[in-house]
Design a protein around this ligand. Structure first.
Ligand SMILES: [Zn+2]
Length: 151
């Protein structure tokens, strides 16, 4: 007698990962976003402004850093539309990631909103050097964040 084999089956369902990240040294950045401020750190010894915020200065290695508010003014360095998304952003529409040079000097990576992630529109409307501004977003759920938008 042949034993009836049970077929293996696959059940698909989304899994949510909750990451616990220590943010004590970057807390003013997150608190700032909630208040519409774009904060980072500045070295008290050599004056270097870093982004993202750093506990130690990458130039002179001093740990004497202070919090400063950034102007939210930036210039586009480069941008690209992300169509192949990481699993954590799988539910998102195609989005644009930009590298921008902040008025204060450091470069920052962020989403570029206010432009359709369409190749024709990207080529026509997005140019290196174009003026951007930083907008702070406080979602109903999850952490506050920032995006770039055309100025
Ligand atoms: Zn320094």
């Amino acid at each position: 007698m042949s034993k009836k084999e049970e077929k293996p089956y696959i059940l698909s369902r989304p899994l949510t990962l909750i990451y616990k990240l220590p943010i004590s040294k970057t807390l003013p950045f997150w608190e700032g976003l909630k208040q519409g401020k774009f904060m980072t750190t500045k070295c008290k010894k050599c004056g270097r402004i870093t982004f993202p915020p750093q506990a130690d200065c990458p130039s002179c290695y001093s740990s004497e850093v202070e919090w400063v508010e950034l102007s939210k003014e930036a210039e586009l360095v480069t941008a690209t539309a992300i169509m192949v998304k990481p699993s954590s952003f799988a539910q998102e529409e195609t989005y644009i990631v930009a590298v921008a040079k902040l008025k204060e000097g450091p470069k920052a990576v962020g989403w570029l909103k206010g432009v359709k992630p369409d190749p024709a529109e990207l080529k026509e409307k997005i140019k290196p050097g174009m003026k951007l501004k930083v907008e702070t977003i406080v979602p109903k759920e999850g952490s506050p964040y920032y995006v770039f938008v055309p100025a």
